[in-house]
Design a protein around this ligand. Structure first.
Ligand SMILES: C[S@@+](CC[C@H](N)C(=O)[O-])C[C@H]1O[C@@H](n2cnc3c(N)ncnc32)[C@H](O)[C@@H]1O
Ligand code: SF4
Length: 395
């Protein structure tokens, strides 16, 4: 049984009538597609990334979306991908200037950029910092040369170590993504990766269990992976080691030293609002008291081609009251500490009574905490999160 360290998590607060607002920007290109990845990421055709055209389209996309967020303060920006560390420094700088000129960016706003160690060097990180990026998220996956080759990464262990060192020398807030349950991986190998990250003094780790995503080369030709029990042992051992090292386990896959939690992701998990710009980006916005979800055109060429006519949004719909409890729970139950019932009321405008039957069933099955103050999964509910959420699926 794993002991979870309590953490003092700061839940972003809004302006009273709307939840806090974040901005996500999707950069859809990578040097090469990894065989396990089903993110909206593509190797560029002919090797050329149209970075200028992408940035201009994102700014035009923002301008078209501004009426929906007028007067609201943006608390965090996350430039994700894909591999946004491929962005030339002048383009990144120009993009962030353009955002600042059009948005009310909180002075202490967290600005994160995702980086692949194979595209990162000290000069590039310096340029990111000069452009006011204040948090870096590094897709390390493993520090083991053989493993990195097996999962098709463009960097080796030395490259990963160099990138972590360079990132920490320039940023006070650095996340390292690791994956476990990798082909041929043993418990000792998974722990060695965590140990290496800890030795560098990283303050935030995201540890993901490798999943075989439909349509990927790994799903078509599965490598030999550790079995479910072996992967569960890795998860337990990683959680125990990080608890020992003083990390809070504040979301299913996220671990942080106090104060290093990712504010942007916490906003998702506490059902805050976010505007999503760039190919395939998703958004969730509170508009006139209702929740609107939208998604941008997914294919980069389609998104760029639509920019000429201001056509960015592929689909937009109002979320019905019947769907809101499930949508809220899908996010909030990822937090081992859960959230207050007050937050449920505030973010959905509903009373918990609307899901009284589901709550009773989830508690009877030992999946949901019985506390009158907090909405929280039990340890069993965290382990069987899908079973717990299924109870609340809208009809
Ligand atoms: C969108 S990627 C961005 C990082 C960057 N593109 C890179 O890979 O260096 C975010 C993270 O998702 C994780 N990830 C991607 N595909 C996964 C899969 N099939 N199973 C588990 N984790 C995955 C990886 O740890 C990756 O670093
Ligand atoms: S570099 Fe990251 S986003 Fe790109 S294909 Fe690999 S895992 Fe996916």
């Amino acid at each position: 049984m794993i002991r979870l360290r309590r953490m003092t998590k700061q839940i972003p607060s809004g302006d009273g009538s709307t939840p806090p607002l974040a901005l996500y920007i999707h950069f859809p290109w990578c040097v090469r597609k990894c065989p396990y990845c089903d993110f909206n990421s593509h190797a560029p055709r002919g090797g050329e990334i149209p970075a200028d055209a992408w940035a201009a389209a994102v700014v035009a996309d923002l301008e078209a979306a501004l009426p929906q967020i007028r007067g609201r303060c943006v608390h965090s920006v996350f430039i994700g991908g894909g591999t946004p560390s491929l962005l030339p420094a002048p383009v990144l700088e120009k993009l962030l200037d353009a955002l600042r000129a059009r948005l009310l960016l909180a002075p202490e706003a967290e600005i994160t950029l995702e980086a692949n160690p194979g595209t990162a060097d000290a000069a590039r990180f310096g340029a990111c910092r000069d452009a006011d990026v204040n948090r870096l998220s590094l897709g390390v996956q493993s520090f083991d040369d053989g493993m990195l080759a097996r999962i098709g990464r463009i960097h080796d262990g030395d490259g990963a170590r160099r990138a972590v060192e360079d990132a920490l020398s320039r940023f006070a807030r650095v996340n390292v993504d690791l994956m476990y349950g990798l082909p041929g991986q043993t418990l000792a190998m998974a722990l060695a990766d965590v140990e290496t990250a800890l030795a560098f003094g990283v303050g935030h780790l995201s540890c993901y269990h490798l999943t075989l995503e439909p349509g990927t080369p790994f799903a078509r030709n599965p490598p030999v992976l550790p079995g479910d029990d072996a992967a569960a042992d890795m998860q337990d051992a990683i959680e125990a080691r990080l608890a020992d090292a003083g990390f809070g386990h504040y979301e299913v896959s996220a671990f942080a030293r106090a104060g290093q939690e990712c504010q942007h992701n916490l906003n998702y998990w506490t059902f805050g609002d976010y505007l999503g710009l760039g190919p395939g980006a998703h958004g969730k916005l509170t508009v006139s008291g209702g929740v609107v979800r939208e998604v941008r055109h997914r294919h980069p060429a389609r998104y760029l081609e639509g920019a000429a006519r201001g056509d960015f949004v592929q689909a937009r719909r109002m979320v019905g009251a019947a769907e809101l409890p499930f949508e809220f729970l899908m996010n909030a139950l990822r937090l081992p500490d859960g959230v207050s019932w007050g937050l449920f009321r505030e973010r959905t405008g509903l009373s918990p009574d609307v899901m009284a039957d589901g709550l009773a069933e989830a508690r009877a099955r030992g999946l949901l905490d019985a506390s009158p103050d907090r909405l929280r999964a039990t340890a069993r509910g965290q382990r069987f999160l899908n079973d717990l959420l299924q109870i609340f699926l809208p009809e």
